[in-house]
Write a protein that binds this ligand. Structure first.
Ligand SMILES: N[C@H](CCC[C@H](N)C(=O)O)C(=O)O
Length: 276
């Protein structure tokens, strides 16, 4: 079978995007892993698929698979690329889209400067919804990692995030602590590990060791989770520019019970075909 795909990225977090409305294929985890490989495959952080919705109020179903083949609940950078993709493929002409994900509904808004704003939904802070093993909900939690007692925030944007405040992202122990946090037993579904430097009340710098991938150039849900944690700690105001290695995102959150709004770019790189 000949499969058409589009390669895209959001701030260097890169994706293979498949229109599974006009083409039909089911990829097994080992096929996804092979396609994700940057030498033997297309090479990507996540595979995104565009599918028909299963709920009446959604325009599309949006599914996300990490490079390790695991299907996950949300991808913020991917959501912006999703909006540009469905327009590019003429699957819709609406500038306001509701998409269903395994982590809940997202609203995608394409603006006239080619940027996309995503209503990322209301962050979940209750430990059992993250999921995270803790006696009770708190702003931060002690976490024993590599013989160190870290203080982390735990936030779900549909997908789980642990956020650690550090002094300088340039020297953050991402490679050393990232894998150990990702696989920490208190996160039964594993977790994305964010390393946050607070620059000012409206600026942060972030690196993310992503679950199922490793460190990426940007993580949209990670930026939202870091902003939520920082605001709960009183470090951030309601609007934050989050600087990631691949570029910056504009974030807005009015507090508990409100959705996080994320605005940023989405780029198409090339189109291709592959024989399955
Ligand atoms: N690795 C994440 C999924 C992709 C998130 C990231 N690429 C984003 O932009 O939000 C997870 O396992 O939950």
């Amino acid at each position: 079978m000949l499969l058409h795909f589009t390669k895209m990225h959001g701030l260097g977090n890169d994706f293979m995007v498949l229109d599974l409305i006009s083409q039909k294929v089911r990829l097994r985890p080992e096929q996804i892993r092979r396609l994700a490989d940057r030498h033997f495959g297309v090479g990507f952080d996540q595979l995104l698929t565009v599918e028909v919705p299963t709920t009446p109020d959604a325009d599309f179903r949006y599914r996300i698979y990490n490079a390790d083949g695991s299907e996950v609940e949300n991808c913020g950078n991917g959501a912006r690329c999703f909006a540009v993709f469905v327009h590019d493929r003429k699957l819709t002409n609406k500038n306001r889209l509701q998409v269903e994900t395994a982590g809940g509904p997202l609203i995608l808004l394409i603006n006239d400067k080619g940027l996309v704003t995503v209503d990322m939904g209301v962050p979940r802070l209750q430990p059992d919804l993250i999921p995270f093993a803790a006696e009770h909900q708190a702003i931060s939690y002690p976490l024993e990692v590599a013989g160190q007692s870290l203080e982390v925030g735990a936030v779900s944007m549909g997908n789980p995030h642990a956020v650690l405040r550090i002094d300088d992202v340039a020297h953050a122990p991402v490679a050393e602590l990232g894998p150990q946090i990702e696989n920490h037993p208190r996160f039964p579904k594993r977790v994305n590990a964010g390393f946050l430097q607070v620059v000012s009340r409206n600026q942060g710098r972030l690196r993310v060791f992503e679950r199922g991938v490793g460190e990426t150039l940007a993580c949209g849900t990670g930026a939202c989770a870091a902003m939520v944690y920082g605001r709960l700690q009183g470090w951030f105001d309601s609007r934050v520019e989050m600087q990631l290695p691949g570029g910056h995102l504009q974030l807005e959150w009015q507090g508990e019970g409100h959705p996080v709004m994320m605005t940023g770019p989405a780029q198409k790189v090339f189109e291709g075909h592959l024989h399955l």
